[in-house]
Design a protein around this ligand. Structure first.
Ligand SMILES: *Cc1c(COP(=O)(O)O)cnc(C)c1O
Length: 417
């Protein structure tokens, strides 16, 4: 007999984890629009709660029974099983937004007095949470930049005088909007150097920009992978959601806190994301093919002075080695400087016809925005300049449109500059 083949995630997105016989043979999972689930008898209810509250260990092959949709729901469970496949994670938890996935992870693994080391720049919402909320509850933070090596990051840590209290390293790579990259394995080494038997240092990676297809942080030593599922995973600019993947050990803690914060996704959101996952790979691959052509076009254009795209990293730079080791594709996100300043960038953005002027990213339609005055308006102007977020920088998320139509649009908008 043939042994069961190890199917690739893209082959499993249509059916994995769903049993049609439990839903009248429906080929697709229905939306389980219900708040609560009936127990067969009181003994069953007791057994389910014992597991849910960790009062006993799971029996072999026992799964958590359905109780209440804040704790579990079939749409979320099937979606989580499917999402975990891409990162080869033990488990996954989905949330009502990317921010709720990120903040839940930080709240679970950080306590007052701890030190958080993070890369900069970070997504604005994450940055705000660290520097306002976490600060208020006594969690300290310090940042490093892409391009800093192990010695320089160690120096940043030592300068705080709190290196022994390091509890989490949180990074975004590639960084938004400049596409600068950070070595995840190096962050793991730093974490290992600071953890003791009693206190672990967790490495968390926001993989929204490249995942779950093109970067697999767990393989490079991360403990937690976080997503704004609003972006590539959702992929149609019609849903807000988030996800977190990791080992059984960390996910048990994340899911427990999610139960008590009550920030799980709804069954309808779960269903929408399952629908999105069926086309995740074809969408992202087409987006990347288009992005490579757009990057080459912009790179040759006289009115463009600089293009930030992973596919254009020079082979003789130190970043190239990280790129080769950590990424499976140059991705579909790029940013570029238009010759001039804010005025020229605005003229270009206002002239676009097919590409839409909006924040967010990873969707089927191409989106352009001006980081300095939009997504990164809240970042200190000195820091903005330091990170390369200039007045002339435009960020572009490349969609699945016909490539010649996209190039036509970019060309005619650049002509107006
Ligand atoms: C959008 C985004 C988030 C926040 O996700 P929401 O779904 O909007 O809450 C976090 N990180 C990155 C990199 C993002 O692009």
């Amino acid at each position: 007999m043939k042994s069961k083949k190890n199917f690739r995630p893209e082959s499993l997105m249509m059916s994995y984890g769903y049993k049609p016989e439990l839903s009248e043979g429906a080929i697709k999972s229905p939306i389980f629009q219900t708040s609560t689930f009936m127990f067969k008898n009181a003994e069953e209810g007791k057994a389910f709660f014992e597991l849910a509250y960790g009062l006993r260990e799971k029996e072999q092959d026992e799964e958590l029974g359905l109780i209440y949709s804040r704790i579990n729901n079939p749409d979320l469970e099937i979606l989580e099983d499917r999402l975990a496949l891409w990162d080869e994670a033990d488990d996954c938890a989905v949330f009502e937004s990317g921010m709720s996935a990120i903040t839940t992870a930080m709240l679970e693994f950080l306590k007052p007095g701890d030190l958080l080391l993070h890369s900069a720049p970070l997504y604005g919402g994450t940055d705000h949470f660290i520097h306002h909320f976490l600060k208020k509850i006594g969690v300290h933070s310090v940042s490093f930049r892409a391009g800093q090596n192990r010695e320089q990051i160690d120096e940043v840590l030592e300068k705080t005088g709190m290196a022994d209290r390091l509890a989490m390293i949180y990074i975004e790579t590639p960084a938004n909007p400049t596409n600068s990259i950070i070595d995840i394995a190096c962050c793991r080494e730093i974490a290992d150097a600071h953890q003791t038997e009693e206190s672990q240092v967790y490495v968390a990676v926001d993989n929204t920009y490249m995942g779950p297809l093109w970067q697999h942080p767990l393989k490079h030593g991360a403990d937690l992978v976080l997503y704004s599922a609003t972006k590539f995973i959702g992929g149609h600019s019609d849903v807000i959601a988030g996800a977190c993947c990791g080992s059984d050990e960390v996910m048990k803690r994340i899911k427990t806190l999610r139960t008590f914060l009550g920030n799980m996704a709804s069954p309808h959101t779960g269903w929408l994301l399952m629908r999105s996952l069926e086309t995740l790979k074809v969408r992202m691959e087409q987006q990347c093919l288009n992005a490579q052509k757009v990057a080459a076009f912009l790179n040759d254009h006289p009115k463009v002075t600089n293009v930030n795209y992973l596919g254009l990293i020079p082979e003789d730079s130190s970043d190239y080695e990280i790129y080769q080791r950590q990424y499976e594709s140059p991705g579909a996100m790029l940013s570029f400087d238009i010759d001039g300043g804010e005025k020229e960038a605005y003229r270009f953005l206002n002239a676009l016809v097919l590409v839409k002027l909006a924040v967010s990213l990873g969707s089927t339609e191409s989106l352009a925005e001006h980081p300095a005055t939009m997504t990164h308006a809240g970042v200190d102007p000195d820091h903005r300049r330091e990170f390369g977020v200039t007045e002339s920088l435009v960020r572009l998320s490349v969609g699945i449109e016909f490539i010649d139509d996209l190039l036509w649009d970019l060309e005619q908008a650049l002509e107006k500059v």
